[in-house]
Design a protein around this ligand. Structure first.
Ligand code: 5GP
Length: 179
């Protein structure tokens, strides 16, 4: 494993991210007000990458918004292409009959979310929507479109604002990439 990785230029600075998160919060609040007036929305934060984004977004929702957490990982090399994911930490609360908003850091192949959404529908929620901070549409292996996208980006390995390389760089307040 390389330990002298080099960071690229800042791709999205703190101010740009904050502005977009505010816009997303306003848009999501307006949509949920219109479609599910007054019903609670349960934000599902996918750990660990989405934690900073989800916290910032939660503060911008003017709804009866709740938050719960899930941690998932790919089931190992042999099942990678099938997109089977392992749930390492499950939700604390039931989502039956609830409006669910999955908050993800980045959609790459789309396999993780594809599997997760299928699995969460099995718990009979009223609705499931997806909000991702970053989207790499060029890398998609399955048909997967988020309802809300912060930024579309090119195919780079991203770190910062919650996203890691080997657990490093989650603390950067901006988004950059490895060179
Ligand atoms: P997918 O199943 O869509 O291929 O993978 C999604 C997950 O892979 C993300 O939740 C994230 O954990 C990881 N991932 C994908 N691309 C990147 C990236 O550019 N940087 C980092 N840090 N993680 C990534």
């Amino acid at each position: 494993m390389m330990n002298k990785e080099v960071l690229g230029n800042v791709m999205l600075d703190e101010e740009t991210i904050a502005k977009r998160v505010k816009e997303l919060g306003e848009q999501i609040s307006a949509d949920y007000d219109r479609d599910y007036n007054g019903e609670p929305v349960i934000m599902i934060c996918i750990l660990k990458g989405a934690s900073i984004f989800a916290g910032d977004l939660l503060k911008k929702l003017t709804l009866d918004a709740r938050i719960d957490f899930m941690a998932v990982s790919s089931y190992g090399a042999s099942t990678k292409s099938s997109g089977v994911v392992k749930i390492n930490k499950d939700l604390d609360t039931s989502i039956e009959g609830k409006n669910v908003l999955i908050v993800e850091d980045i959609i790459d192949s789309g396999l993780t979310l594809h599997y997760l959404i299928k699995s969460l529908w099995g718990r009979n929620p009223k609705s499931i929507k997806v909000c991702t901070l970053l989207d790499k549409p060029a890398r998609r292996k399955v048909d997967m479109k988020a309802d809300y996208v912060g930024f579309e980006i090119e195919n780079r390995f991203i770190v910062g604002y919650g996203l890691d390389y080997d657990e490093k760089y989650r603390n950067l307040p901006y988004i950059t990439c490895l060179e």
